[in-house]
Design a binder for this molecule. Structure first.
Ligand SMILES: C[S@@+](CC[C@H](N)C(=O)[O-])C[C@H]1O[C@@H](n2cnc3c(N)ncnc32)[C@H](O)[C@@H]1O
Length: 435
């Protein structure tokens, strides 16, 4: 399992492979497919810890190594990171973590030369763990420098630090219910967050065993991800396009709210999940596979929701790999695609219709700046500002009237316990009207 951990860590960091796909029981990394559910859970926890604390671990290794281990040393560095995560941040016997790491280094042709060094460094970490943890524990450490600098610039030092702090914790499970949120919050022992979102505090284990799953009463969706669809208001009987729709959390919201939804996505595989989700929920939508850059709708829509492909830096709490796999040049490339999609789909709206553009990114280039550029180039559109009352989450509206959630926004209950019931994915959404 730990061999798979080091291998997956390398693939996530250097091949930009999504962690969730590597951990998939059926289609994931070969070393994952042979594990039982419990070991897969342990592997997920191990990789999550190594990624959430990656900056601290890197600084500690850097401090203890006289000179960096060269790139051509095989998996040596990944093996060190995995073992250090266990020794420093998990309840694993130190000697077991050290000896396994040495064995793994020995089995890797290129890392073999470094097995003495792996042994020595990990023993030092085990011996001085407390001191090392305390010395390298600044909250900014676990965010890549370029990313942290971007958040500081956009949201200020305090918000950037609070956001980084939230990324150390595994988030709670959020569900969106079709109806009766207070009733379901009580039945599932959760807390109602906003709209139809409820949050479960102490959930562990399989989601499909929770009450209401079989009957299709709810679906899994972060409370922030449930906000953009609500910005379209009353959609009963309207022809609504959900663009970039898969796996369909927002399609389900719109269909449950009574819209006639056309759900479009480029990925047939992801749309199969959308269809399965809608079937379980007994909800309907017209599902179309298509690239929005060439797709042509038969008739204009009364309302459009565009959930554009983005860097997903707002979801680092749930996907700690995103912080370390994304690069500044990825943001630049995505920004161009988003502008192209927004411009194109805006032409599919009836006069007087509403368009919501959203991304789960914390980078202003993919949100605020995108809308500023669109409005400057399209005088036929105006912003319909969002109010805090509409949303029910304090501090989530910008001066311009866009929605901007940050991972540090929703206070925890009881206060001061970020890992219990607090936090939110980072989302941006703007609501525009075609004049
Ligand atoms: C942020 S995800 C959508 C999440 C979804 N709206 C939900 O709430 O469950 C972005 C989606 O955009 C799709 N996508 C990316 N580029 C696209 C394109 N050119 N045309 C259509 N869909 C695209 C991806 O397949 C992906 O499913």
């Amino acid at each position: 399992m730990r061999k798979a951990a080091a291998d997956i860590l390398g693939r996530v960091l250097r091949a930009q492979r999504p962690l969730d796909e590597e951990l998939d029981a059926e289609h994931g990394h070969p070393g994952v497919r042979e594990l039982d559910a419990q070991d897969r859970g342990l592997l997920r926890a191990l990789l999550g810890t190594a990624l959430r604390h990656r900056g601290q671990i890197a600084a500690i290794l850097d401090h203890l190594l006289d000179r960096p281990i060269p790139d051509k040393s095989g998996a040596a560095m990944d093996i060190l990171h995995i073992a250090a995560a266990q020794i420093l941040f998990m309840e694993v016997a130190d000697h077991a973590a050290v000896s396994l790491a040495v064995t793994l280094a020995d089995q890797d042709r290129k890392a073999r030369t470094y097995k003495g060094l792996v042994n020595a460094v990990l023993r030092r970490i085990a011996r001085d763990a407390e001191e090392l943890r305390a010395r390298f524990n600044e909250p900014w450490r676990n965010t890549p420098v370029w990313l942290f600098a971007a958040w500081q610039k956009a949201y200020g030092e305090e918000r950037a630090l609070q956001t980084a702090a939230m990324h150390l914790h595994t988030p709670n499970l959020d569900l969106t219910v079709k109806r009766d949120p207070d009733d379901w919050a009580a039945r599932l022992g959760g807390r109602r967050i906003a709209g139809n979102s409820i949050r479960l505090a102490d959930h562990a284990g399989r989601v499909d065993r929770l009450e209401g799953f079989e009957e299709g009463a709810w679906w899994v969706q972060d409370a922030a991800a449930a906000l953009p669809a609500r910005l379209l208001g009353d959609v009963t009987g309207l022809r609504v396009a959900d663009l970039c729709a898969a796996p369909g959390g927002k399609t389900a919201q719109l269909a449950a709210a009574g819209a006639n939804v056309t759900a479009v996505d480029i990925s047939a595989r992801r749309l199969a999940r959308l269809r399965a989700n809608l079937d379980r929920l007994s909800l309907g939508a017209e599902i179309r596979v298509g690239d929005l850059r060439s797709f042509e709708p038969e008739a204009p829509f009364d309302a459009i929701l565009l959930d554009a492909p983005c860097s997903a830096t707002g979801t680092i709490r749930r996907h700690p790999d995103v912080a370390w796999s994304k690069r500044p040049e990825d943001i630049a490339a995505l920004t161009q695609i988003q502008a192209e999609l927004l411009q194109r789909v805006s032409g599919w709206l009836v006069p007087g219709g509403t368009l919501v553009y959203c991304t789960c990114s914390l980078q202003p280039e993919e949100g605020e700046a995108q809308i500023a550029a669109f409005l400057a180039a399209n005088p036929g559109f105006a912003r319909l500002p969002v109010s805090e009352d509409e949303i029910g989450i304090p501090g989530a509206i910008t001066a311009d009237g866009d929605l901007r959630t940050l991972p540090c926004l929703l206070p925890s209950t009881p206060p001061g316990e970020p890992e219990r019931l607090g936090g939110l994915d980072g989302f941006f959404a703007a609501r525009l009207k075609r004049l």
